[in-house]
Design a protein around this ligand. Sequence first.
Ligand code: PGA
Length: 253
Amino acid sequence: MRTPMIAGNWKLHKTLQEATSLASDLRSAVADNRAVEIVVAPVYTALSKVAEAVAGSNIKLAAQNCYPEAQGAFTGEVSPALLKDVGCQYVIIGHSERRQLFSETDEFINSKARALAEAGLGTIFCIGETLEERETDRMFDVLRRQVRCGLKNITAGQMGRVVVAYEPVWAIGTGKTASDEQAQEAHAFIRALLTELYDEQVAGATRILYGGSVKPGNIDGLMTQPDVDGALVGGASLNAEDFARIANFQNVG
Ligand code: PGA
């Protein structure tokens, strides 16, 4: 059985004060939810304060990015070990904003996946097709390439700490969610791919999150789909009440 995960990607939002107050509001709003793994990913500069605000609660901390090297002359970068040191249990990699705005390649994302696996950190590995790729029937090829390259040399054992997030680029921040059926179709494809690359056990145990305009109004439907194991939430994670409603989705538990 896969424990559902609801993760909030705060992107480039919230001052220290706003981040800690969001974290503590959320802490009370989800205090009774023990059935879902709840994760928040603030900006780097707020990680330490948010770690304090969620200490001892059922909320886990994630970073939005990392650099694959452990240390050295890499001005402006942060290593997996330092993220672990500040209290992160997960790191998001491969987000479409990093692929598109910062030209991150599948190979570079794979080097981060390997560094995180070696550091023993949880990884939220994002993939997803653009609208153009979907409309020109390249969606499955793109997902296959992203999964194959991104997870290259990640062992079956290391897959235990990897969560895949399917985020169709056309649904991110646009208010256009994939339908429940579109999400299920992609998730089933990704799970079959994991069976091909690993085995049924790994594929069956790996959580696949949906991301892209997830809101209180559409989470319940998405979570009815057999291969949807949770959500990676952007905009709606910036509001404690909305994010708590998403984490407390219907039929939870
Ligand atoms: P959104 O973002 O929920 O605002 O669409 C999702 C994401 O980018 O992870």
